[in-house]
Design a protein around this ligand. Sequence first.
Ligand code: PAF
Length: 286
Amino acid sequence: MAMRIVRSITSMRALAERWRRTRARVGLVPTMGALHAGHLALVAAARRASDRVVVSVFVNPSQFGPREDFARYPRTPAADARLLRRAGVDALFLPAVAAMDPPGGATVVEVGGSLTRGLCAPFRPGHFRGVATVVARLFAIIRPHAAWFGRKDAQQAAVLGRMARDLHFGIAVHTVPTVREPDGLARSSRNRALLPAQRAAAPVLHEALALAAAAVRGGARTRGAVLGPARRRLARVPGLRVQYLDLVDAATLAPASRPAGRLLLAAAIHLGRTRLIDNRAVRAPR
Ligand code: PAF
C-alpha cells in the first residue's frame, strides 16, 4: 500500500483509530527527520512487530535550548519520504509546529528523579521536558501499541520508558542497538555537520568508551581507573572538548561510585560547533 503523508493531527488520529478498530497493531517511530541507517533500524524493528507503522518527523523546538542548533538542524524532507516509502512505512506524520504546540498551551511532561539529574540533563536544561512533552503528545494522537527509540540516546529512551509507565499509556517502549559507521562512529543526523577533520577525529568518542568498557571488564575497581584512560584518549585530540564522561548505573543513570553490576558509560563531546553523544553498556565482573 502506498505510504500516506499526513499533516493534520485530526487526520492522523482518525487514521490510527481506523487501524486499531481492525485490530491492527500500530507501531510508532518518532523522529526529527534527516533520516539515516539508525532510524531505518528503528523502522525495521517496528515493521517486524506491527501491522501498521507510523513514522513522525517533527523538529521539536521545545527540546532545543536557546543557544542550540534548532535553526541549523538538518531538514531533508524529500529524502526522508523516499527512504520511508522504501522501508514500507504506512504513514508519515508531519505535524506543523503551530498545531503541535498551540499558543496558550500550558501543559508539560516532566520526568523527575535520577534519570534526568545527570548526563545530558544539566547541560541541556529543559531538553528532556521538551522530549517527554512532544512524545506524550504523539502517543496521545496516535495511541500506538508500541514505540521504538535508539540506544544512542540511552537517557532519552530511559526517560520515555519511565514516562510511558508512569502515565499508564499502555504503550511498550522498545530500544534498538546503535547503528555505527565502519569506523565505529554512531550514526547521527548531526554527523553531517562535521568538517572533514572533525569527522576523521570523531570515532575517538567510541574508542574512548571502548577503553573504559575494557577497564570495567578487566576488573578496574574505581571510577578513576575506568574513566582515566578514556579521558586521556579524548584529551589527545586537538579541538575536542569533553562535556561529560561518566559511569552510571544502567537502570537509574545515577553516577556509579565504583564499577558494580549493570553499568552505562556515556559521554558528550564538542567537535567545533557540533555536539556528539555516545554510550556503551557494560557489566562489571562479579
Ligand atoms: O530522538 C529524537 O529524534 C527526538 O528526541 C524525538 C524522540 C523524536 C522527540 O522529538
